[in-house]
Design a protein around this ligand. Structure first.
Ligand code: DC
Length: 211
């Protein structure tokens, strides 16, 4: 079983990279951000409060794979709520087994997970750990294009402000903060296209996996 862990900042391109690597190696892919987004959506749908650990944990315990396909999960407000609900340690514990079972599925020869704490907490023994980032300005431009594509009305400056707030919350929370694992390979995607980022990542993975 080969596990590739991808962590990184908001809108750094880690999801696109995860899907690209999954297609290249033929492994299943899990966007773990969707677990936190789906948890936040369940809390909001029930009229709860994402800053409440009790509301968040109740929602996280109910998450199944069926929750992850709703296109609304990709929206800006759900992403912001996901960042808030993800600070609760009990929410993270409730979502732990789903991620570990994906990474250790005996029916597959490998798995690719992306998130914030994959290489540090969920899969500390992953075969390859990648940490992806890009300049805040470039990430804001990319995310702005994506959100306006979904019909959301906001400026690049709005997205930049949200992104800085999100990076700060994700990397300063007490439990499983966003940070590179000590043995992660760093990829800065600023100025790189999708194919270039994928080529860099494949060369890192091939080098590590054939060692
Ligand atoms: O990657 P994303 O934007 O879909 O993630 C949404 C939020 O979920 C992110 O701001 C922090 C949280 N998250 C997390 O805490 N741990 C993960 N492994 C993935 C996401």
């Amino acid at each position: 079983m080969t596990v590739i862990a991808i962590d990184g900042t908001f809108a750094s391109g880690k999801g696109t990279l995860g899907k690209g690597l999954a297609a290249h190696y033929g492994f299943p892919y899990l966007d773990t951000g969707k677990l936190y987004r789906a948890t936040a959506k369940r809390v909001l749908d029930a009229g709860g409060d994402v800053t409440s650990s009790v509301d968040g944990t109740l929602a996280a315990k109910a998450i199944t794979a069926d929750d992850l396909s709703d296109p609304i999960l990709k929206s800006g407000p759900i992403g912001a709520a996901a960042s808030k609900v993800s600070v609760h340690p009990d929410v993270r514990t409730a979502l732990f087994d789903f991620q570990r079972e994906f990474a250790a599925n005996p029916k597959t020869s490998g798995g690719i997970l992306d998130g914030r704490d994959i290489g540090t907490v969920i899969c500390p023994d992953a075969d390859v750990k990648l940490y992806v980032t890009a300049s805040p300005e470039e990430r804001a431009k990319r995310r702005h294009a994506e959100l306006t594509g979904y019909g959301e009305v906001l400026t690049v400056e709005d997205v930049l402000a949200q992104l800085i707030e999100r990076d700060t919350r994700d990397s300063t929370r007490a439990t499983a903060p966003l940070k590179p694992a000590v043995d992660a390979h760093m990829i800065d995607t600023t100025g790189l296209g999708i194919a270039e980022v994928l080529a860099v990542a494949i060369s890192i993975c091939d080098a590590v996996l054939t060692r």
